[in-house]
Design a protein around this ligand. Structure first.
Ligand code: A3P
Length: 287
């Protein structure tokens, strides 16, 4: 009998892709943090790659500083998907990591306020739609062509990184434990310059007007799509199906309206709306 491919495993109530292991995730509790370390934490499809590029530009002088030819994945690795067993000694300083981990699985030191966390959120309807398309593109995720089925999985938290609500709620309610900045995808979209300045301020980085302009210019959707260091386009064929999408797909606010039916929208609101209202973040659904 043909074995069904396994895509996810659960560890302490959270779904990971099988590219990592429970043992490795467990070991992260002891991962040593430097005071200068920075973590970009997100639920998938909330603007991680965008924020990775913005931080690269801010910290590494616009992809100079000896990091010119590094790809995002090399420069800002995924904490829980250390597929190459790197010890990170080669990382330019300050070290920056990306992660989808929930607050309670992060290295212990971070929860003692060593290092900094930038937590990026996005309205969950756009997250879900982006996730749906992403599942076709990335080989390690199960492709679910039926959008309605994907939505039910998303609402039930039976997807990579589990429940969107639990992730955001968890990070928000434990914000005090971390040295943390909250940023939304929509605020970056509305006014990228202000978002860049807010991040610089949090990191204690003083950039000149020209440097800020340059970061903003290089971090637009159009320019990132053209920059192979920033758009993950060099990922190998066993990781992504290039004819089925890209990391930088549409980059808009409100794309959910193009796919969700009225009934699906009502169902989504019925499950999540009341809970979303209790979160300290006010989500923007359209611009
Ligand atoms: P869409 O699929 O809606 O286009 P993540 O990096 O967390 O996986 O999030 C991916 C989403 O961020 C994708 O959304 C992608 O297009 C969007 N994105 C990436 N870079 C962006 C940019 N410079 N401007 C706007 N959106 C961007």
């Amino acid at each position: 009998m043909e074995q069904q491919k396994k895509y996810l495993f659960e560890y302490k109530g959270f779904y990971f892709s099988v590219e990592t292991s429970p043992e490795y995730v467990a070991s992260l509790e002891d991962f040593e943090i430097n005071d200068s370390d920075i973590f970009i934490a997100t639920y998938p499809k909330s603007g991680t790659v965008w924020t990775q590029n913005i931080l690269s530009l801010i910290i590494h002088e616009g992809h100079r500083n000896g990091t010119e030819n590094m790809e995002t994945m090399e420069r800002i690795p995924w904490l829980e998907y250390n597929t190459k067993d790197r010890d990170y000694a080669d990382l330019p300083l300050p070290r920056v990591f990306a992660t989808h981990l929930p607050y309670y699985l992060l290295p212990r030191d971070l929860r003692r306020k060593r290092g900094r966390v930038i937590y990026v959120t996005r309205n969950p309807k756009d997250v879900m739609v982006s996730f749906y398309h992403f599942s076709k593109y990335i080989c390690s995720l199960e492709e679910i062509p039926d959008f309605n089925l994907f939505m039910e999985r998303f609402l039930a938290g039976k997807v990579l990184a589990s429940s969107w609500l639990d992730h955001v709620e968890g990070w928000c309610s434990h914000a005090e434990d971390f040295n943390i900045l909250f940023v939304t995808y929509e605020e970056m979209k509305k006014d990228l310059r202000s978002a860049v300045l807010k991040i610089c301020n949090f990191l204690g980085r003083k950039l000149s007007e020209e440097e800020v302009d340059s970061v903003v210019k290089q971090a637009t959707f159009e320019n990132m799509r053209k920059d192979p260091r920033a758009n993950y386009e060099n990922l190998p064929d066993d990781i992504v199906e290039k004819n089925k999408g890209s990391f930088l797909r549409k980059g808009t606010v409100g794309d959910w309206k193009n796919i969700m039916t009225v009934a699906q929208n009502e169902r989504f609101d019925k499950v999540l709306n009341e809970k979303i209202k209790t979160l300290p973040i006010k989500f923007i659904w359209d611009i």
